[in-house]
Design a protein around this ligand. Sequence first.
Ligand code: NAD
Length: 493
Amino acid sequence: MKTYSHWIDGAFQAPASNAWLDTFDPYHGEAWAKIPKGNAIDASAAVAAAKYAMRQGPWASMSATERGKTLRRIGDITLENIERLADLEVKDNGKLLAEMRGAIRNVAEIWYYYAGLADKIEGSVMPMEKAGIMGFTMREPIGVVLALTAWNAPLNFLALKCAPALAAGCSVVIKPSEFSSVSSLEFAALTKKAGLPDGVLNVVTGLGHDIGAPLVEHSDVAMVTFTGSDTTGAKVYAAAAQHMKRVTMELGGKSPNIIFADADLDLAVGGAISGIFGAAGQMCTAGSRLLVQNSIKGRFTDLLLAAARSVKVGDPMDPSTHMGPMSTAPQYQKVLDYIDIALSEGAKCLLGGKPASGPGIKGGQFIEPTVFTDVSNDMRIAQEEVFGPVLSIIGFEDEAEAIEIANTTLYGLAAGVWTGDVGRLFRVSKALDVGTVWGNTYRTYSYMMPFGGMKQSGIGRESGIEAVNEYLETKSLMVSIAETRPENNFVPR
Ligand code: NAD
């Protein structure tokens, strides 16, 4: 079993506590590596390295073009290590190997995308209301960025946060989830080979209250970018507010996937299935509320159940598997608890509803693809994030009712709209209080499209050009070019 150390200032460093945490393979439930149990001392060391790198190290004086080239090389080295990195992700979170290979390829593309943006961050020259003054804006990196990430897609989160932050000229300390830290540690070591200067990207590991909280409170951290649950997000937001730190928050969801009677139903079934059983439902964007127009609800449910029955649960390394295990033991228990809650609320279980067993299934963290009907939108199963393969079918009569149900949730991350009527597609998309709408598709991601939540699903945007702006400050500079003293020099403002 390999024992890892923190990655601080371009080198592996043992934790100050001299203590480690086991990390488990969700497929068989056995520990396969040890990660450092970090504390406030490690937090300070990582922030000090990041601060030095940004202020005095070679990163501080590197041209934007050179910064971009470095990010490009990180993309290259990611591609050279697809197999290794995909394997680490599967071991730590139980996602499908085939899917993880694609995910790592996408991670490389994210680095390439932001590499291209590094030298296109521009300020402006403003027209001024007074003669004799020229006004400019400069876009400057905000400072040391703290990234806190969830367990379900560690390298994707690392890239979505670190690539734009580094393109902006910031340095980063990242603390991945204690359930899946190994890939981030190994990835950080690869960035050194790609020529990233020491201290620009630091990875520390451990529990949220031991090391996450002191990092958030550290006075040299300028910004916190968080991906995780809304409960932890609220704590992090409150702590960051004490020091007026900027935050971006990528939180949970209870996304409606809306099927109108005029949709291509075969396509919509595929979208509904991948929207809830992809990644075993462990996606912030899971289409966990399936809103189906009453006139087709019976027929659509039959089609859906037929497709759901063919979802093969098993070994994530096996290319024929569609759905792997729950990534963590607590998550497995949480999903089972929600199944009980749904039953006690009166929802009718049409499929699954219990732990999965059978060929290719080891350990105890598998759950059957589960479908509930007779769900009303005020039930807990329709309002709270399950983060597992549990679908709730809710009927609706017309467009207005679909929109009403879809928006009646504290969340606002994503939604799917399936219809053959283009006007309706745009009308409904406009009316939904969510950050992303998928029209006649679901689970389509692009690093070029801004992504983020409305309402309790988050603050700010990742992906696209917008993401770089999150890591920049605008400085205004006004310079006198007058030959004589400007008239308004002594006018108080
Ligand atoms: P979590 O909130 O438990 O943990 C997230 C991170 O915060 C972890 O690194 C954790 O160690 C750290 N943390 C915990 N307590 C802390 C504290 N007091 N101070 C600082 N850091 C602390 O989330 P999770 O269970 O790892 O992830 C699942 C959640 O993430 C789900 O709710 C899911 O919807 C959400 N998620 C959102 C997105 C998105 O883009 N919107 C993407 C994936 C996952």
